[in-house]
Design a protein around this ligand. Structure first.
Ligand code: 13P
Ligand code: SF4
Length: 314
C-alpha cells in the first residue's frame, strides 16, 4: 500500500518537473515501475544521449552510469537518488594503472568497460559494455592494426570477449571482477540445474568462464531479457545468472514462465541503495547539489570521445 502511494506521489510530482527517470534492470521492481526508461548500460547511455531531453535526469543506477549520462549531457543536471550507490568493480582500475599499461604496451588500444571511473575513461581509446564488447574489440583492433588490446577492469568480460572475438586481451588488472557475478560458482549452477532440469540457464558475461561454459545463453541484461522474450517453446523455465532485478522484470512482463535465481547471492547491494523515498525527495529538491553528478569539465571532455566512439560503433 505504502509502495503504491509513493509511486503515485512520484508520478504526480513528475508531472510538474522537467525530469526523465532512467533505471537499470537491477533496480527493485518498484523503482523499475516508475521509470520513464529501463535498460542495460548501453541502452541507458543511448537514451541519455538521444531521448532524455529534459533539464534534469534522475538516474537510478550506480555512479558510473550516472557519470556517463552526465558526460553525454554536460548542459543538464544528472541526479542520483543515493550518492553512495557505486560499482566496486571500478576501483580495480586507476588512471595511473592505465598509463602504466600503455607505457609497457605502446601502440595497443585501451578498451575500458563502462564500469569504470570517468578518469579512467579519459585515458581510453574506446569504451564498451557487456552488450557490445566483442564488436568494439574487433573494430578498434582493426583501426589500430593489432591483434591485441588492453582491456579493463573486468577480467571475466575480457576473457569472454577474447573467446568470441579471437583478439587477445591484456587484462588491466588480472583480477578485476564483479562481486555479484564472479561469486556464482559452478556448484551453485549445477545445483539449480539438478533442481530444474528443464530450465534454460542464461548468464551475464561477468560470470566466470566455467559458469559461462555450461550456459545456454550469455548476454548483457537486455540481451538476456530479449532471449526470454523471444524464446519459443512449451517448456518455459529459466535459471537467471544475473542480479535479481532482472528476474523481477521478467516475472512481471512474462508471467507465464518460471524463473529461478541461479544463486540467492545474486543481489547487487550497491544498485539496491536507491529507494522510492529517495526518488521522491529528489523530485522535491531538484536543486540539491548533494545529489548531482558532475564530472569535472577537463575529465568529462576527454571521457566523452571514447564514450561517443562506442556509441557510434554500436
Ligand atoms: P549491463 O551491461 O548488462 O547493463 O550490466 C551492467 C552491470 O553492471 C553488470 O553487472
Ligand atoms: Fe557493479 Fe557488479 Fe553491481 Fe554490476 S552487479 S553494478 S558490476 S557490483
Amino acid at each position: 500500500m505504502r509502495v503504491k502511494q509513493l509511486q503515485e506521489e512520484i508520478l504526480d510530482l513528475k508531472k510538474n518537473c522537467d525530469v526523465t527517470i532512467l533505471a537499470h534492470y537491477y533496480q527493485t521492481i518498484q523503482i523499475q515501475q516508475i521509470a520513464d526508461y529501463l535498460g542495460d548500460s548501453l541502452g541507458l547511455s543511448q537514451i541519455a544521449r538521444d531521448k532524455a531531453n529534459t533539464e534534469y535526469i534522475i538516474f537510478a543506477g550506480v555512479d558510473f552510469m550516472a557519470e556517463t549520462a552526465s558526460i553525454l549531457n554536460q548542459d543538464k543536471h544528472v541526479l542520483i537518488p543515493n550518492y553512495e550507490s557505486c560499482c566496486p568493480m571500478a576501483a580495480f582500475l586507476t588512471p595511473e594503472m592505465v598509463k602504466d599499461f600503455k607505457k609497457k604496451n605502446p601502440g595497443l588500444p585501451v578498451v575500458t568497460y563502462v564500469n569504470s571511473t570517468a578518469a579512467v575513461k579519459a585515458e581510453s581509446d574506446i569504451c564498451c559494455t557487456s552488450s557490445n564488447s566483442v564488436n568494439i574489440v574487433k573494430n578498434i583492433s582493426k583501426d589500430f592494426h593489432t591483434e591485441t588490446v588492453l582491456f579493463g577492469p573486468d577480467a571475466n568480460l575480457a576473457d569472454y570477449t577474447e573467446q568470441l572475438s579471437k583478439i587477445k586481451t591484456i587484462k588491466m588488472p588480472e583480477n578485476g571482477h564483479c562481486y555479484v557475478h564472479s561469486q556464482l560458482s559452478i556448484e551453485d549452477v549445477e545445483k539449480r540445474k539438478r533442481e530444474y532440469p528443464n530450465a534454460k540457464l542464461i548468464v551475464h558475461p561477468e560470470c566466470i568462464r566455467a559458469v559461462r561454459e555450461i550456459a545456454d545463453f550469455i548476454g548483457s541484461t537486455t540481451k538476456m531479457y530479449n532471449y526470454v522474450k523471444d524464446y519459443n517453446s512449451d517448456i518455459n523455465e529459466f535459471i537467471i545468472g544475473t542480479e535479481k532485478g532482472l528476474l523481477e522484470r521478467l516475472a512481471e512482463d512474462f508471467p507465464h514462465n518460471k524463473y529461478y535465481l541461479a544463486s540467492d547471492k545474486m543481489i547487487c547491494y550497491n544498485m539496491k541503495k536507491h529507494s522510492l523515498e529517495l526518488i521522491k525527495y529528489i523530485l522535491e529538491n531538484l536543486d540539491d547539489k548533494n545529489y548531482e553528478i558532475k564530472v569535472p569539465k577537463q575529465i568529462a571532455e576527454r571521457a566523452l570521445s571514447p564514450i561517443n566512439k562506442m556509441l557510434d560503433y554500436s
